[in-house]
Design a protein around this ligand. Sequence first.
Ligand code: PLP
Length: 435
Amino acid sequence: MRRRDAAVVRAAFHATPVFVAKAEGAVIEDVDGNRFIDFAGGIGCLNTGHRAPRVVDAIRRQLDRFLHTSFNVLPYESYIALAERLNTITPGRFAKKTVLVNSGAEAVENAIKIARAYTKRPAILAFEDAFHGRTYMAMAATSKTHPYKAGFEPFPGDVYRVPFAYCYRCSYSLQYPSCEVHCARHIEDTFKRVVAAESVAAVIVEPVMGEGGFITPPAEFFPILSEICRKHGILLIADEVQSGFARTGALFACERLSLEPDLITMAKSLSGGLPLAAVTGRAEIMDAPGPGGLGGTFGGNPAACEAALAVLDMIESEDLCARANHLGDRFCKRAAEWQSRWELVGEVRGLGAMQALELVRSRETRAPAEEETKQVSQYCYEHGLITITAGSYGNVIRLLMPLVITDSQMDEALDVLESALATVWEKKGAVAQLA
Ligand SMILES: Cc1ncc(COP(=O)(O)O)c(C=O)c1O
């Protein structure tokens, strides 16, 4: 840790002071020989698990052939095969094209470039609580101020923000369903009072919000939003960087939420642990930028493309979508008990295995329990479970375990989480009594 602090910037934050020696499936071993169940999956990159054998084999085979040519200079087949595959498996039965890049943020940057090139309009609409990455345009589309935006101003212009369907903390203080999904409908009002509809190139949205706290909108939200976009010729970009690749019980969360986006951004679990990201979308939109307008030195690295093809095979042959639903159900049963026992557990929510607990100081006020959330996370790693938090208020514990986790590992992990919640809740009670 001393070496780390001396050599590495403090901004490259790490949540857990555990140094990894090796990892397999859903288990990590640290340099001292301690074993941990991994509920973080490298921030949702390991739906197929650490070192999935068929992914490692595919990478190894590529290492023996060639490592890099840059697709912009010399093409190779795996890039094309992956593009064909993504064009087929992403939502929407229309002709599609794909560009491969290196990170989620870069995918977002490119989706916005493509949308602007196609529509010849400047503005982008993004949501409160959204996270789209740390590069400038992605950061402009991101909502949370600390630590992502504060101090890095000014941001690129023409990004406008509207509330998301975060029903537990509705920005309009309304209640679902009597609200009639006001947040989605109110976008029409934004076009009158904030930015003209004909100036808007695209709406960018995470179908299930990730860093924002695993927020799934009600069923009506996306049909209403899609209709508004269609009416005004605005493109819909679905950012599936975190929600993609079986996490929500479908290959893409869009499928579960009746959303057929024009463009979709993907990264994280696409390539089983190697850096790779993609934008896939309607062919005529994707082809709006001219030759040389998109790409980069490393985009679509050959080893990462081979890994991604193996990941997609594995999701299909091992039915990881069904597995995600099974794990989600297993979690929900336990979490419902916790919610009935401890006021700390304000809301249990999610889709498939993309599940989370929002922790609050009081059910009535819903005051975010940020400190308690940190304590739960710390208790977990001290007892063999790696977790990460989320939410604009830092009070959400999210589940991003590999979907290949066994039932007994999952139960063991949930036992740790349960005792973490119990310990933090009891400690809170003891402190209150002392006061
Ligand atoms: C929805 C979403 N978009 C974009 C990003 C940025 O991805 P990356 O960290 O690979 O740049 C993230 C990362 O967490 C994300 O969750």
